[in-house]
Design a protein around this ligand. Structure first.
Ligand code: IMP
Ligand code: MG
Length: 178
């Protein structure tokens, strides 16, 4: 297999596009959660750049939590199986909860999270927010409550998303040319 380098990656969502969209998303959230105290859960590792940039724009009180899930192997095909590497969370009963994810693809991860939270807590409210939405790949009938950009069936890297652990640090989202 050919080694993928930065030159094989074609930017689709630039740093500026992401910044602008995050402003809009934050504005909506700031209106909706005004004066509430919210638990924001960042899904590691992919959502880390998105979450860190978005929370800086939020002005309601929030507590930040991290969970670590994995679903992709070393190829570009979703395994459809969600692996909870670390899902320790505080007591979320009666809390307003926002989950931040990098991308919703088959929907297995989103469904896993919503049933995990449902099973363990009676939260006051729950929102699943994803930077990217690959709607055409859905296997489960589930949609994010808010997303940054919709994309067709391309394998994306950058801004948190990886290929075999690489490219998470790119400041933009790009696709790998076949
Ligand atoms: P789902 O469970 O199939 O919806 O997949 C969700 C997870 O798969 C995401 O959190 C990502 O970590 C990973 N994923 C899905 N599509 C891509 C992609 O295009 N690039 C990198 N990771 C992806
Ligand atoms: Mg992820």
């Amino acid at each position: 297999m050919k080694t993928i380098t930065k030159t094989d990656i074609k930017p689709i969502f630039t740093k500026d596009m992401i910044e602008k969209r995050l402003e809009e998303m934050a504005e909506t959230l700031n209106r909706e959660y005004k004066d509430k105290e919210v638990y924001v859960i960042c899904v590691l590792k992919g959502a880390v750049l998105f979450a860190m940039d978005l929370i800086k724009k939020l002005d309601f009180p929030l507590k930040l939590e991290f969970i670590r899930l994995s679903s992709y192997g070393s190829d570009k095909i979703s395994s459809g199986k969600v692996n909870a590497v670390d899902i320790s969370l505080p007591d979320l009963n009666g809390k307003d909860v926002i989950v931040l994810e990098d991308i919703i693809d088959t929907g297995h991860t989103a469904q896993f999270l919503s049933s995990f939270l449902n099973h363990n807590f009676k939260v006051a409210s729950y929102k699943f927010i994803s930077l990217l939405d690959k709607k055409c790949r859905r296997e489960i009938d589930i949609d994010p409550d808010m997303y940054g950009f919709e994309i067709d069936d391309k394998f994306l890297v950058g801004y948190g998303l990886d290929l075999d652990g690489l490219f998470r640090n790119l400041p933009y989202v790009g696709y790998v040319e076949d």
